[in-house]
Design a protein around this ligand. Structure first.
Ligand code: F6P
Length: 320
């Protein structure tokens, strides 16, 4: 039997628990012995590692966060602690690692591979959706749905009171959450770090809209922009002449019941990660790409019947 371990590193996301569940089940199906490493690389250094089985992952598919904890480990950046981590893996004869995290977590993992030859597969997991090479990171869909629910509620009170609302989303240096939210929530203003903005350029138009009867404004801003939410709010009050409030959504965006899409993506990411490791992908990140739109002929669309995804069909319960 080969041994394989999983850990979560960096900001947790909804979808990690479904990923842990499938990790255990799929490892066992592939005749691997699964291990959990608790609290990210910190647990790897402190030997907080446990052999697991089905009962360890029952009842977690619907829970946000991660049952095994996550952390941002400064110690793993130092060679001395990576050596201790390797010794801990050797004691348990663990040869393969699956790591749910962001690009910082993967960088450390690659150094670990180069030093100690521990095979790994990274699963992009961050609500920021800012990892190059993948269109999707685990947790993004749940975060966007949480933001959507919050903004829909804010719109109710904004319209009742004739107010502007400045809603700040997470994203560190990436405006993805704010951008998609603004598009799908009908916001009047969207400010993200990737695009330079000049508030003055909105002034005249917003004032005209007010004169024409607009009752409220929704502004969605990303945490990484140069101005604070309070500054944008003051601008609405002072320059546009409308009362304004700030709503910083904060960490509620990271938690909550994982969406269907995140559960499905957790399942697929883990399957590919383990298959990759078993098939010689020794130091990779499993990326999801080509979420494209394609024009197809009427003939192809209407004259061929739809078939279910073969890969999905192959996943449903098989008799043991
Ligand atoms: O990386 C995910 C993220 O939620 C960012 O969007 C945010 O800037 C950061 O983590 C918050 O980190 P912490 O949980 O340490 O406050």
């Amino acid at each position: 039997m080969k041994n394989i371990a999983i850990l979560c590193s960096g900001g947790d996301v909804s979808g990690m628990n479904p990923a842990l569940k499938h990790f255990v089940e799929y490892s066992l199906e592939k005749k691997l012995t699964p291990y959990f490493i608790y609290d990210g690389y910190e647990g790897l250094i402190d030997n907080n590692i446990e052999k697991v089985s089905y009962s360890d992952v029952s009842g977690i598919i619907n829970r946000g966060g991660t049952k095994i904890g996550s952390a941002r480990s400064k110690r793993f950046m130092s060679q001395k602690y990576r050596e201790i981590a390797k010794q801990n893996l050797d004691i348990l004869n663990i040869q393969m690692l699956v790591v749910l995290g962001g690009d910082g977590s993967f960088r450390g993992l690659d150094t670990f591979y180069k030093e100690h030859n521990v095979k790994f597969c990274g699963i992009p997991s961050t609500i920021d959706n800012d990892i190059n090479g993948t269109d999707y990171c685990l947790g993004v869909d749940t975060a966007l749905n949480t933001i959507k629910t919050s903004i829909d509620a804010i719109r109710d009170t904004a319209s009742s009171f004739k107010r502007a609302f400045v809603v700040e989303t997470m994203g560190r240096d990436c405006g993805y959450l704010a951008l998609v939210t603004a598009l799908t929530s009908g916001a009047e203003l969207c400010l993200i770090p990737e695009i330079k903005y000049d508030l003055n350029s909105y002034e005249e138009d917003f004032k005209i809209q007010m004169k024409n009867g607009r009752r409220y404004f929704l502004a969605v801003i990303s945490e990484g922009i140069d101005n604070s939410a309070d500054e944008i709010s003051n601008w609405f009050e002072e320059k546009i002449g409308i009362e304004s409030r700030v709503s910083i959504l904060g960490h509620i965006q990271r938690g909550g019941n994982p969406s269907v899409y995140d559960r499905l993506m957790a399942y697929k990411f883990v399957t590919y990660a383990i298959d990759g490791l078993l098939n010689g992908e020794n130091n990779s990140v499993i990326c999801h790409t080509k979420n494209d739109f394609v024009y197809k002929s009427i003939n192809e669309v209407v004259n061929t019947s739809h078939t279910l995804d073969k890969e999905l069909i192959s996943c449903i319960n098989k008799p043991s």
